[in-house]
Design a protein around this ligand. Structure first.
Ligand SMILES: [Zn+2]
Length: 260
């Protein structure tokens, strides 16, 4: 389903590698989506729609977590699309931005390369879509997220659009599994503390790194401790893979990561 309730056709891809994974969804605190390629390659960002480049910032050399305002976007490009909406592509790699203010670009045109300039944690594309009234709407792009989501989750995600939660498509399933199958995880904490399980929460964290998210709440982010966390949260055979870290991060963002 490609944003079927919208009057306009949504595109399938915004990365040249066509393996988009949403790591941070649209919500009230983050009116954008964050996207990485599933293989974490340094791929190019391609234009979602035809339009005119209205801003092309190219001079940001590095990551700066203290940046403010527009500087948080790092190198970014804004395109006023022919459909009336405006797309903003942020955090691009220094030296990679290929378009200039005033250029008319077609859908699929390479804009630049995925990076982490500005206030970014890890290389990703931060994508914002503003509608005709300059309201930042859910980009709600139909992405080829075969690695981390199923059709069912994409549909759930679409249905949730009006009460958007801080979810990625994949964490819906994680959450459901944990909520409908609590027996396995409960035993451990009962054995340990004989108390209610304690949960870690990093709801204020809006980026894509489990290590940074744990640090942001002053919790041990070492591999060994993450391994314990994984075990306590039913993430099997933890070896620090992308999908395991993503699961853990999503639980943490929801306040559902069981303490180890
Ligand atoms: Zn973002």
């Amino acid at each position: 389903m490609k944003g079927g309730d919208r009057h306009q056709t949504m595109v399938a891809h915004v990365l040249e590698s066509m393996n988009e994974v949403i790591t941070n969804n649209y919500d009230v605190n983050h009116k954008a989506i964050d996207i990485i390629p599933s293989d974490r390659s340094e791929t190019n960002i391609i234009a979602l729609e035809n339009g005119t480049v209205t801003t092309a910032v190219k001079n940001i050399k590095k990551t700066n977590h203290n940046s403010k305002g527009l500087d948080t976007y790092g190198n970014y490009v804004k395109v006023k699309q022919d459909n009336g909406k405006t797309a903003l592509y942020a955090h691009m790699k220094y030296g990679s931005v290929r378009v200039n203010k005033g250029d008319y670009i077609e859908k699929g045109t390479v804009i630049g390369t995925i990076g982490e300039t500005g206030n970014a944690y890890g290389k990703h594309l931060h994508l914002e879509i503003q509608n005709e009234n300059n309201i930042k709407e859910n980009p709600n792009i139909s992405l080829n997220t075969h690695t981390h989501s199923s059709k069912k989750n994409i549909n759930e995600n679409t249905e949730q659009k009006k009460s958007v939660k801080n979810n990625t498509t994949s964490q819906n399933s994680t959450q459901n599994i944990n909520h409908t199958n609590p027996t396995t995880t409960n035993n451990q904490s009962i054995n340990k503390t004989n108390n209610k399980a304690e949960f870690l929460s990093a709801k204020e964290y809006h980026h894509g790194s489990i290590v940074d998210a744990l640090k942001s709440i002053n919790i041990d982010s070492s591999y060994n401790y993450r391994k314990k966390l994984a075990k306590a949260n039913n993430i099997q055979n933890y070896h620090g893979s992308y999908s395991q870290n993503l699961k853990m991060l999503n639980l943490l963002k929801q306040g559902n990561l069981k303490k180890a």
